[in-house]
Design a binder for this molecule. Sequence first.
Ligand SMILES: Cc1cc2nc3c(=O)[nH]c(=O)nc-3n(C[C@H](O)[C@H](O)[C@H](O)COP(=O)(O)OP(=O)(O)OC[C@H]3O[C@@H](n4cnc5c(N)ncnc54)[C@H](O)[C@@H]3O)c2cc1C
Length: 480
Amino acid sequence: MAKVIHSRGRHGLSQHIAVIGSGVGGLTAALALGRAGHRVTVLERDRVPHAADPDEAFAADRHGAPQVHQTHGFLARLQVVLRDRFPDVLDAVLEAGATTMPTTADFGEPEAGDDDLRVLIMRRTTLEWVLRQKASEQDGVEIRAGVGVSGLVGAPRRHGGIPAVSGVHLDDGTELAADLVVASNGRRAPLPQWLGELGVHVPETVHESGLMYLSRWYRWTAGLDGLDPKLGGDLGFVKFLGVPGDGDTLSITLAIASNDADLRRALADPARFDLTCQLLPGPNQFFARGPIEPLGDVRPMAGLLNRVRRFLDENGQPTVLGFHAIGDAHTCTNPLYGRGCALATVQATLLADSLDAHPDDPAARAAMYEAACEREVEPWFHSAVQLDAMGADLNEGAAAPTPEAAAMGAVFAAAATDPVIGRGIARCMNLLMTPSELMSDPAFLARAVTVMANPDDFPLPERHGPTRAELLDSLGSVAA
Ligand SMILES: Cc1cc2nc3c(=O)[nH]c(=O)nc-3n(C[C@H](O)[C@H](O)[C@H](O)COP(=O)(O)OP(=O)(O)OC[C@H]3O[C@@H](n4cnc5c(N)ncnc54)[C@H](O)[C@@H]3O)c2cc1C
């Protein structure tokens, strides 16, 4: 096994950690590791400008993370991680204009844990703005913007030992040495290539969602009071969601099959996008409740996938030392389920805990971290793949659902009226319990079995809205 020599940083037993990328994952990791007493250098390729407030942060271009300007919902798990691990960050996002909302109106008699079931309402750029401020104020953390990483420095596999990473190559041709490198450079992180250069194979499992997003932002002052909380829906050929943000903003996303060229062309046009939103139940209420001012054009984003990468071999041994991946660089899930930011923050805390448990044993640390990811993150990858398969009728005329999908659909439908199922599904969809934990809850299971035995008694709500042909017909009459 390669010997890894730890330099001692200015915090005594601390390590020097290079964090690649300053998205939600990188900034949360920097905060957690800095607070644990380590010296952290965050390397961010984008020249993220200083922003005085959330609106300035929203206006900044983020070439390296274009999804920051797509609709983001934040699951209850994110609120819980912030509350329990970074309470000052939760306070600061609320101060910056974020609000929290219960996930569902009524679960009957209150139960322990119901307080957890609150989602955060804010722009993704506001979350990142607060995290950036907190990380840059943190003793021991330095954020270098405009500094890209082009590869990893390390010793390739020799005599059967495990390759070890000892720093990063920067875009300007220099190197930065580090005791530990954390890759949080997002969904496009070329980790198989970077680690391949050190002789490390990174197996990955990929399931394309087949979807693309088209989103538009608006300024809107009518507020949340009286708003029907059902803000989204699914007509098969289009899935749609309107999400209020902080600062009187809201965004609406239309998700369509990425190969539906006609619809894509029509919806990329702002006037047709707005008209479509007015025809869809949920988003239409924003247009019916007072003035609404567009903030920019329609923003398309494709290439949405589910992907998990593995850093242990078949014997559970780490394939690389001195290196960990978090966030989308490690595990990506279809954004439709809104899991990415919560999972990135969970991974940042799992990494900090693993380093705390094994400061001097990189192999034990890697094994602990990856086992924790397998337990707490990977189930959401599998669940996203399964949900994609259940909702894969992206085109009109798709086949009827399988009996299994119909039975699962009935359980989701029953969530609206059955508090046991409703609470269970809400906890699961908000990442507060895994699907297998949910399925081993006797009370939930008993109710679900009854529902699945009689799926016809729990029909999915009828779909309201135009057919694809009707929509294209209406859009054809709008002047571009
Ligand atoms: C269309 C879309 C909608 C989404 N909606 C939601 C949602 O509703 N809710 C939710 O929770 N999640 C959502 N997500 C997922 C969420 O955005 C990601 O999971 C989250 O951004 C992951 O954070 P990260 O830190 O891993 O990566 P990112 O936020 O992508 O950050 C990566 C950072 O690394 C930098 N970088 C990249 N390469 C380099 C390099 N070589 N050197 C230096 N810096 C580099 C980038 O500039 C960027 O700042 C959505 C994603 C997409 C694509």
